[in-house]
Write a protein that binds this ligand. Structure first.
Ligand code: ATP
Length: 444
């Protein structure tokens, strides 16, 4: 893990929030490469979950909502983790994550066994709306995006004119005042979720639970996570929310252990029923065919953007020993991202920076490819060094403009470039006019 964290800082994937002031625990900033990686994850999710489907529409709800929402959903009362204090070193800990020695729970910080009884700690960040800070102005930063979907169910249904089964999808920030943020960006206090609420008839709930579990695994495979490192946990009855009839956790083998990436839960009609009851507004569905009116059931695949990014970073990191033509060996660090989610798709390099013809040809290629993909132009340093820099950024392709491109050695090679593949380091000669059509299908 340290190697990944260090590469992420060195190459501008992820920085600690407020670093120059000593950092803010549980909050992270994404740098130039990180933001592209994260955006590619969200864009691909949106593409396959919303744009390429007839039965799903999107929305983008506000982070702040009426306090009444959190009362009705049960979050104000029960969105808690059990917390204990270590009386020896005074740290606060999650009671359900304490290590045990000979059956006795211990403080992971000092090894002390003098712990308080667990008490419920609400994970929502409280805030005040407006100029007066009193009980009437209290609300919370949302701890999940799902509730705005439930609350807007009727508006979306009426305007999108969808029939069951159909879904509403959303990507957005969520906040939880985690007792122990840890494992880098895995458990943060501010993070992003990609959630789908898929509404269906009651008798279809279990079937769609299976369907979405399978679809979601395909998603992770399609962004390059190794199938052997992905696992499905059937959440046991005792650990499931009381309203859920079935829940799967999709897990990934992180370097710090097997942990949840996403929950896929059949939530029955709990959420809509709660909001209908509390608001007094109907949130039901009228079935034209059967002339029945009922509250739809819902299956929810709920994924974390940051956890997905972390899995991608862990999955991509690789070190290998390479030997150059002179027999010199060195370690090559390479991020083997799937081209689809790689932050930069192609690096374009003129062989020499002080040759005007090489530079202008390289600039032409940048202009040609840029409307279709993220391109990085680099003219400084030896070509081998430039390749290594892009290996660390996970750029799958490199295009080098050399003297052959200018037709100086062989007229037949005029307007061709060297295309270098990150993973194999193999090089081939490709016509500039064919570059976009060679690269595009691989990076989309
Ligand atoms: P955990 O048990 O790990 O706290 P959870 O079961 O409470 O997670 P859900 O409420 O199901 O999580 O949230 C759905 C998804 O949101 C999770 O699968 C995860 O990807 C993401 N998520 C939840 N909490 C955090 C967090 N503190 N930091 C980053 N991502 C999170």
């Amino acid at each position: 893990m340290e190697k990944i964290v260090s590469l992420c800082k060195r190459r501008g994937f992820i920085f600690q929030s407020s670093e120059i002031y000593g950092g803010l625990n549980g909050c992270w900033d994404y740098g130039p490469l990180g933001v592209e990686l994260k955006r590619n994850v969200k864009d691909y999710w949106w593409r396959v979950m919303v744009r390429e489907r007839d039965d799903v529409v999107g929305m983008d709800g506000a982070i702040l909502m009426s306090r009444a929402v959190w009362k009705a959903s049960g979050h104000e009362e029960t969105f808690t983790d059990p917390m204990v204090d270590c009386r020896t070193c005074k740290v606060r800990l999650r009671a359900d994550q304490l290590p045990e020695k000979h059956g006795v729970k211990q403080c992971p910080n000092c090894g002390g066994k003098d712990l308080t009884e667990p008490r419920a700690f609400n994970l929502m960040f409280k805030t005040f709306i407006g100029a007066t800070e009193d009980e009437n102005s209290v609300t919370y930063l949302r701890p999940e995006t799902a509730q705005s979907i439930f609350v807007q169910f009727k508006n979306v249904l009426d305007t999108a004119r969808k029939k069951l089964p159909f879904g509403i999808a959303q990507i957005g920030k969520a906040f939880r005042n985690e007792i122990n943020p840890r494992n880098y960006i895995f458990r943060s206090r501010e993070f992003e979720q990609m959630e789908l609420e898929y509404f269906c008839r009651p008798e279809q709930g279990m079937e769609f639970l299976e369907y979405w579990k399978e679809e979601r695994i395909k998603f992770y495979e399609n962004i390059g996570l190794s199938r052997e490192k992905l696992h499905v946990l059937t959440v046991p009855d005792t650990d499931r929310a009381f309203y859920s009839k079935g829940t799967y956790d999709i897990e990934y083998d992180f370097p710090f252990g097997r942990q949840e990436l996403e929950g896929v839960a059949y939530r029955t009609d709990y959420d809509l029923k709660q909001h209908q009851g509390a608001s007094g507004k109907p949130l039901d569905y009228f079935d034209e065919e059967t002339k029945q009116r009922f509250i739809p059931h819902v299956v929810e695949p709920s994924a974390g953007v940051d956890r997905t990014v972390l899995a991608l970073l862990c999955n991509a990191y690789d070190e290998e020993t390479v030997t150059d033509e002179k027999g010199k060996s060195e370690t090559r660090i390479v991020m083997r991202f799937h081209p689809r989610i790689a932050p930069v798709k192609v690096g374009v390099f003129p062989l020499l920076k002080n040759n005007e013809q090489l530079v202008s040809k390289a600039r032409e290629i940048v202009a040609l490819l840029r409307p279709q993909m993220n391109v990085f132009y680099d003219e400084t340093g030896a070509i081998g060094r430039r390749y290594r820099r892009q290996d660390e950024a996970g750029t799958p392709f490199g295009v080098t403009v050399d003297f052959e491109t200018l037709g100086e050695k062989d007229q037949a090679l005029l307007d061709t470039v060297t295309l270098r593949h990150r993973d194999s380091m193999k090089q081939e000669r490709v016509k500039i006019s064919e570059l976009a059509s060679v690269l595009l299908p691989q990076v989309q």
